[in-house]
Ligand binder design. Structure first.
Ligand code: DC
Length: 208
């Protein structure tokens, strides 16, 4: 089964994906992490040649999809808002989007895992248009900024401005902008606990 979760920064996508991993054994592809790794490696933006030569490796360990560059797990380098901004910049390039989409599909196709959750901005609309279930999470900007500030130990007001600008860029770009897929289930997570959101998702997953 393929489940996609799209939505703006801090709407709860990765938290819900992590619960599908933990409680239902889904494998999770965080497509934003791939853009972040590319933004981290190519601070000034990659050329098409850079991307043609780029090798981001993956392995699946206990349902977790681990991404590596030069044999190194990149997780601890990529979670800041500054890298988020670089990720959003490289995400405007068609050859980068092509690379991320192809890598995401390759991970699914080469895995013995039967169930995948993929989160991002265009996972349901572009990468896996035939997904079994598509979610689109939204939340008030103040709440999203608070969540991110807690995760990264940052300043709420500064993060609010950063994620507002990033959402604007992600929504207004020409290529695969952040939009709600027509066939997506929309969940506003602003005043809901993680368990409440998960419970909605879980029921729908069980009914597929
Ligand atoms: O989900 P995230 O905050 O880690 O994503 C970082 C950036 O990557 C986001 O601002 C835009 C880009 N992105 C994208 O364009 N398409 C995706 N499917 C996932 C992320």
């Amino acid at each position: 089964m393929i489940v996609t979760i799209d939505g703006p920064a801090g709407s709860g996508k990765s938290t819900i994906a992590a619960l599908l991993v933990e409680r239902k054994g889904f494998a999770h592809i965080d497509t934003g992490a791939i853009y972040r790794i590319i933004g981290y490696i190519f601070h000034n933006g990659p050329t098409k040649d850079d991307i043609d030569r780029l090798k981001i490796d993956f392995k699946i360990v206990n349902s977790a999809v681990l991404l590596e560059y030069n044999g190194k797990n990149m997780e601890k380098y990529i979670r800041s808002e500054d890298i988020g901004k670089l990720a959003s910049n490289v995400a405007k390039l068609d050859f980068v989007r092509h690379y991320v989409n192809a890598l995401s599909r390759k991970i699914v196709n080469s895995s013995s895992n039967k169930n995948f959750v993929i989160d991002g901005r265009d996972a349901g609309e572009v990468i896996f248009p035939n997904a079994d279930l598509k979610f689109f999470l939204v939340a008030d900007i103040n709440e999203r900024a608070k969540r991110r500030a807690k995760e990264t130990d940052g300043d709420v007001e500064k993060i609010k401005l950063q994620i507002f600008q990033r959402d604007e860029e992600d929504t207004k770009r020409d290529l695969a902008p952040l939009i709600q897929p027509k066939d997506a289930v929309v969940i506003d997570t602003t005043n809901k606990s993680i368990d409440e959101v998960y419970s909605i998702v879980n029921k729908m997953v069980d009914n597929v």
